[in-house]
Design a protein around this ligand. Sequence first.
Ligand code: PEP
Ligand code: MG
Length: 749
Amino acid sequence: MLSQLREIVEHVSKEDNVHVALEILVRQTCAAMHTECCTIYLANEQQQRLELMATQGLTFQGDTIHINFNEGLVGLVKRTAEPINIAQAAKHSAFKFFPQLGEDTYNAFLGTPIIHRKQVLGVLVIQQKQSRQFSETEESFLVTLAAQVAVLIAHAKSQGLSFFDDNQLTVIKGIAASSGVAIGPMWWDNTQPELSDVFPASALDINREQELLSLAIDHALADFKRMRKKLDLELNKDALAIFDLFTHLLNDPMLRKDLKMQIAKGDRADWALRQVVESYANRFAKMSDIYLRERAQDVRELGQRLLFFLHNSEQPIHEFSDPIILVVRELTASILASVPKDKLLAVVSLEGAANSHAAILSRAMGIPAVMGVSINPELLSGKLSIVDGYSGEIFPDPTTELLTEYRELVTEESELSHMVEQTLDLNAATKDGQRIQVLLNAGLSADTSISLNKGVDGVGLYRTEISFLLQQQFPSEEEQVQQYRAVLQAYPTKRVVMRTLDIGGDKALPYLPIEEDNPFLGWRGIRFTLDHPDIFLIQLRAMLRASQGLDNLSILLPMVSSVQELDGAITLINQAYDEVAQLQHDIVPPQIGVMIEVPSMLYLLPFMAEKVDFVSVGTNDLTQYLLAVDRNNAQVADIYETLHPSVLAAMKHIFQTCQSYQLPVCICGELAGDPIGALLLVGLGYDTLSMNTSNVAKVKYLLRQTTMEELQHLASQALLQPYGDAIYNQMRDYFEEKGLAGFIRAGKS
Ligand code: PEP
Ligand code: MG
C-alpha cells in the first residue's frame, strides 16, 4: 500500500497542469483501491460550495458541478472535517441525490476531507457498487492520500493558482520579511547568467582560464568595496557585514586553492566555479543551524557574482525610468545596492527567509519585502502588482477596488510615519505626564544602527552575538574592545546595557558547531559562557575596558535559569573587573542585570533581587518557554501568541515582584516595541521599554495620545480575558476609538 501511495503522489506532483494532475489522481486512486469511482471536490470558500474538479466513475453532464457546503454527504465531510464511511450512501440522512452526477449505481461511500493547516481544502471520495463498508486499511489509505494531496493543493494555491473559473482574487503568499506596502510594476531581470545554467566545459587554455578567474576575483572584490561604500551612508555596520563576509570568503586561501585546482584539472573557469561553489554551499545547506544554512545562499550569491565578472568586466547598469518592484531569485545585498533607492518600491524574492542578511538589509532600508515566494517570475514581470510586506501577500493584476484600497493604505502609511517622526525628539511620556524610558535594542540586526538613532533614552539591549557569528574564530579581546567602545561612546551620557554572548538555540557559531536535539532547551546563553570561562572572561574584560572613562556600562546576563548560574556569572564579572582595574584606571564597576526569559525566573526573583541591579524581560523567549512553542517554527506560529493571557499574567507577576523588591525592570523583547504590547505593558506599570529603532517613534507617539488611567484600565481588563484573541480585540477597539487604527495594521486580510 505504501509504495502505491508514494507512486500516486509522485505522479501527481510531477504534472505541471493541476487539472491534469487531479485527473491522474482519481484514475490512479481507483486502480490502487480497486474501486469503480473516485472524485475530488475542492472548496470554493468565496462561493461557499464544493466544486467537482476531477472524477472517474461519475457520468455527469454539463461542465460544472457545485455542491453547497450544507448539502449532501460531501458537504457533511467538509463541514465536520471527518471521514464518512458507509455501505449504503442513499440511506444516510444527509444524502442528497444529484441526478446530473449519475451516481445512483453506487452504494458504498467513503469521503475524506483534504485538510491543510486546519483548513478543509476539499473532499476526496471513493464509491463502489457493492454495498459494503470500506475496511479500516482502505480508510487510512484514503486519509493518508488526502493529507498528501492537501500539501500539493496548498502549494499550487501559494503559487497564485486559482482552481475556479470565477473572478477569484489571486493571492501569492510568501514570508513577510520587511513591512510596508507598495504598488507598482514587477521587474524581473532574466539577462543575468545563472550559475545553475553553467554546464561541463573543458579549458582550451588552462593558464588563460586561471587568469580570467583572477581577474573576476579582483573585479568582484572591487565591486564589493564600491557597493559597501555606496550603502555606507544609509546603513549601519551590521547590515554591511555581508560585503565583509563576501570579501572574507573571496580572500579565503582555501576557496581560491580549490578553484585553481579545479581549473588545473582541465575545467573551464565557469564550470570550475559552479562545482566548487556548489560543494561549499551544500556543506552549509546540510548544517542543522538556521543561521549557517542561510550562509549557503551567501556562498551561492558570491558564486553568482563571480560568474558575472567571468562573463562581463563591467557592473550591469539598468536605467529605471520609473520605480519598480524588483523580483529576484535570491535577494542579495549587492542586488539591493544595484537599484537606486528612489526607484525601488519593494522586493519579492523566490528564495530566502526572514532571517537572511538580505531581509535584514531591506528592513534597514525601509523597503517592503516578501520572500520565499513560489512563482514563475517570467509570468509576473511587467505586471502591475501590490506587495504587502505586513502579511507577505502579493496581488498581481489587482482589481480596481483592491488597488484603491491599497493606494489609500500607502498614503496613510506615509502620512503616519511622517507624523510620528515629527515628534521623535520629544520625551516619551503619556498625555498626563508619566515619563516612560524608551530604549533601543541594538546589535543583532540592521535596524539597530547606533548612529541613526535619535530620540531614545539609551540602549536597553545590545546583542553581542553578531561579531561572533560572522567570523571564522572567536573575536579577540582587542577587537571586542573596539566594537563595544564605539557603542558606549555613541551614548556618552546615557546607559548602555550590553548583553553577554547568547549563542546556541538558533545561533550557533560556525567554528563551534553544537549538535543537539533540542537546541532551544540546550547549551545556550549563560550555560555556554559559564562552561567556557575563558571566552566569557575575554568578553567581560573587553566590555569593562571599553567603558573606561565613560561610566555608562551595564552588563546583562541571558538565559539564566537558576541562582547558581547567576552566582557563577557574578564571580566571573568580579574577577574580570579586578583584572582590568589593576591595569586601567577610571573604570567603574558595571551595573549587573539578569534577563527573565526562562519561566523559573518568575519564582527566583526574590532570591535574585539583592544580587543584581536590574532585570530585563525577554518576552521573545519567555513566550516560547511559557507556551512550549518554538519561536522559529512556522508550523506552530499561530500558537506563539504574544498576547497570550499567561504571558500577560507573567508580566504582571514580574512587575509586582520587582516593585516589592524595588528592583528596576525593563522589557527588551519584541512586545515592548509592539504598539499594543507597549501600551499594555505601561498599563501594567512598566516604565522602561527597549525596542528596535523602527518602533521608537511610533511608540513614543502612541504614549502621548494616552493617559495612565486609560492604560491601567485596559491592562486590568486584559488580565481578565481567557483568550489572546479577546485581548487583541479589546486593544483593537481601543485603537479604533482613539483614531489610531493605522498603528496596528496587520496587512489586508
Ligand atoms: C528575548 O528573548 O526576548 C530577547 C530579547 O532576546 P533574544 O530575542 O535575543 O533571544
Ligand atoms: Mg532571548
